[in-house]
Design a protein around this ligand. Structure first.
Ligand SMILES: Cc1cc2nc3c(=O)[nH]c(=O)nc-3n(C[C@H](O)[C@H](O)[C@H](O)COP(=O)(O)O)c2cc1C
Length: 464
């Protein structure tokens, strides 16, 4: 049974003991961020809890944060086992299910238009110490291609400039950017809606690196096994998920920028301040008792490592044409974007590099900085094993390639400000950490197999 909305998913998480409720009043200025940091540091990659802040200071609506920050919760969202998550993703998304347009919608219980619009009425935190303003960190942006009408959903964190203006950073390869570039070339603003507080698979689809032109709502339908219900916006020709908690409607005007940032990014470093596009807000609609959904960004581990990581992994598996790929993992240290580890059944010497290059050629590979290719005896999720493979199977002169001048993740902290603002390109590394075949390494050491088997069978004798 698909989740109807954020609330249905929250109930499931509560039932599974996955939600930590914070009842005392918590200040939106830095305190929410600090509590999130504490929770992520204590729980780590696997055991952190989703957070429910009942009383953000000065607001009567709660905030939920980090709902998809573990693989377990991501799999609860997809209703599948962790071992099958990629298989299920690929199986379900083969058959997109078109959204269904409805007339009545919970997200219209309260409608504020024009001068009644005030972003400061929403509980939006100031997360990290140097952030340039409060940030909406889990917004699903929806826009339409001005030429074809094709719909796009994507996530681009948004800074509050004032009551009716948001600022966004959309990397050159982001699809909303293609949309506003096309609209602006016609001298027109791009209508854009931002939905907050959704069935989690809608978020998963919006964040996934599907190719340009894919309707993420049809993919969300495929992932949930039923159409997403959508309703027309009040002031712009865009449809939004009817069951959203909050919807912000606006336009990106041509030729208008304002300084946006800094922001504590998913890399663990601050992104810089600079002139970026704005969204001028025309309406905010919401449920009467809305819940505001957010995500803590900053030093890994955080939600992006999972929610971006898993869909990046699945799309690499789908888009790499080479046989023998066993498993793919986007590491938490790389924030789910920067470091891909791929295990392969190696076909011949040189194959590891071929696989590495083909990963860089996928839509997920666009933002990857390092690809490490390992043999299929190595589990890419076990960084100890990966480290062993890299240190013992790699010879730098033979197995490491630097590929020059590819499209870069705009938030890569090693790029200079000028590089980020201009071409946004960088060099990437492919590490072939597979064993050489023509001149094999010495045998790996293991105890005598027969004796090992006996020891395992009699482990109690040794106190294990
Ligand atoms: C929490 C979160 C925040 C994100 N913020 C941004 C952002 O500000 N700018 C950006 O270009 N990508 C951002 N991304 C990545 C994109 O949302 C993601 O890659 C998605 O595929 C973009 O959709 P598109 O391919 O349709 O453009 C973010 C991802 C997550 C999980």
């Amino acid at each position: 049974m698909p989740y109807q909305d954020l609330r249905a998913f929250l109930m499931r998480l509560e039932k599974e003991g996955e939600v930590h409720r914070i009842e005392p009043e918590v200040d939106l200025k830095y305190e929410v961020g600090a509590v999130c940091r504490l929770a992520l540091d204590r729980g780590g990659v696997e055991k952190n809890k989703a957070l429910y802040f009942s009383r953000p200071k000065g607001h009567s609506h709660p905030i939920v944060v980090n709902l998809l920050a573990t693989l377990k919760r991501f799999c609860l969202a997809l209703e599948c086992d962790a071992e099958n998550v990629h298989r299920e993703w690929l199986r379900r998304t083969q058959k997109p299910i078109e959204p269904r347009i409805v007339k009545d919608a919970p997200c219209k219980e309260v409608v504020n238009v024009g001068r009644d619009v005030n972003l400061f009425k929403l509980p939006i935190p100031l997360w990290n110490e140097r952030d340039g303003g409060p940030y909406i960190t889990f917004p699903c942006h929806i826009s339409k291609d001005p030429e074809t009408g094709a719909r796009n959903a994507g996530m681009y964190r948004a800074m509050v400039h004032d009551e009716r203006t948001l600022g966004i950073l959309a990397a050159p390869y982001r699809h909303i950017r293609h949309h506003f570039d096309k609209a602006h070339a016609q001298g027109k603003p791009l209508p854009v809606a931002i939905a907050v507080g959704l069935d989690p698979v809608i978020y998963a689809a919006a964040i996934a690196p599907f190719p340009f032109g894919t309707d993420e709502f049809a993919m969300a339908g495929a992932l949930r096994g039923a159409p997403v219900e959508m309703v027309a916006c009040e002031t712009i020709p865009v449809e939004v998920p009817a069951a959203a908690e909050v919807v912000i409607e606006g336009e990106i005007p041509p030729g208008v920028t304002r300084d946006e940032g800094p922001f504590g990014e998913f890399t663990g470093y601050y992104g810089d301040r600079g002139p970026r596009p704005v969204i001028q807000i025309k309406a905010i609609t919401h449920r009467k008792d809305f819940i505001f959904q957010e995500s803590y960004e900053g030093l890994p581990h955080h939600e992006t490592c999972i929610v971006s990581g898993v869909s990046n992994e699945a799309e690499v598996i789908r888009q790499c044409p080479l046989p023998g790929i066993k498993s793919v993992h986007f590491t938490s240290g790389g924030g789910g974007y920067l470091h891909a580890v791929v295990s392969v059944k190696k076909a011949y010497d040189g194959y590891g590099k071929m696989v590495g290059l083909s990963v860089l050629g996928t839509t997920a590979g666009r933002t990857v900085k390092i690809v490490t290719v390992v043999d299929d005896d190595i589990d890419p999720h076990d960084l100890g094993q990966v480290d062993w493979a890299v240190t013992t199977r790699v010879r730098a002169d033979r197995d490491v390639e630097i590929i020059k001048d590819l499209s870069a993740n705009v938030l890569d902290p090693t790029m200079t400000s000028a590089e980020k603002r201009s071409a946004s390109r960088t060099d990437k590394i492919v590490i072939d950490a597979t064993k050489p075949m023509l001149e094999p390494l010495q045998p790996e050491c293991r105890p005598n197999p027969g004796v090992m088997r006996e020891v395992l069978e009699n482990r109690a004798k040794y106190g294990f």
